[in-house]
Design a protein around this ligand. Structure first.
Ligand SMILES: Cc1cc2nc3c(=O)[nH]c(=O)nc-3n(C[C@H](O)[C@H](O)[C@H](O)COP(=O)(O)OP(=O)(O)OC[C@H]3O[C@@H](n4cnc5c(N)ncnc54)[C@H](O)[C@@H]3O)c2cc1C
Length: 173
């Protein structure tokens, strides 16, 4: 069965805008399924636009890894939440994505992943990155979500939204 965003007036179709939301948010919420049992977790992430993937880090064991080993297909969401407007509407921009998760072992990819994450999540990335030792990185569990489908929806994105959304809005209008 195939679904689409029913409210065409709220649909985000520009891929730059979808990517910008994944780049501007601090975490995604990811749903998974094992057998007939659903589960979800929120994960702080970094979006790698060149590979259209999300990186996250986590403990090396736990329920989500058991689920992902059984079924690596996921459905996720990233939200820019602008809260209640003066008109009592709720303002947001959000992306849904589907994809597959794999854990990464290669140290050079782990280095790229941590750079992508730290640059997106912290205000002083260079300071943080300089303190990360290769042996610590080698023992850190890092996963990649390979995105294969995205949709977007927004409602009343305010003028002071993230920089990349403002740039896109200026070029379009
Ligand atoms: C904003 C945000 C960012 C986060 N970023 C990360 C991240 O980058 N990496 C990461 O690994 N985790 C992150 N977390 C925590 C994450 O959402 C999960 O709690 C965590 O990954 C535990 O996963 P697990 O399946 O191994 O849990 P387990 O320890 O195996 O837990 C199993 C059981 O504990 C309960 N449980 C687990 N997590 C939660 C929870 N958050 N709240 C209530 N009950 C819970 C559930 O009942 C579950 O059945 C973040 C959470 C938030 C809110």
């Amino acid at each position: 069965m195939s679904f689409h965003v029913r409210r065409k007036d709220r649909e985000i179709t520009d891929p730059r805008e979808l990517k910008c939301i994944l780049k501007s948010t601090k975490y995604v919420t990811v749903a998974m399924c094992m057998g007939n049992e659903p589960y979800l977790v929120s994960l702080s992430h970094g979006y790698d636009e060149t590979q259209n993937c999300l990186y996250f880090h986590c403990a090396g064991e736990g329920k989500k890894l058991v689920y992902l080993k059984s079924n690596n297909k996921v459905w996720g969401q990233a939200v820019l939440d602008y809260g209640v407007t003066d008109n009592c509407d709720y303002a947001y921009s959000s992306v849904h994505f589907s994809g597959t998760i794999c854990m990464i072992d290669d140290l050079s990819e782990k280095k790229n992943a941590i750079e992508v994450m730290v640059k997106q999540l912290t205000p002083n990335p260079e300071v943080k990155l300089s303190g990360i030792k290769p042996e610590k990185l080698a023992s850190t569990a890092i996963g990649r979500i390979n995105i294969n489908y995205m949709t977007g929806k927004k409602h009343q994105t305010p003028k002071n939204s993230s920089n990349c959304l403002q740039k896109i809005a200026r070029k379009v209008n």
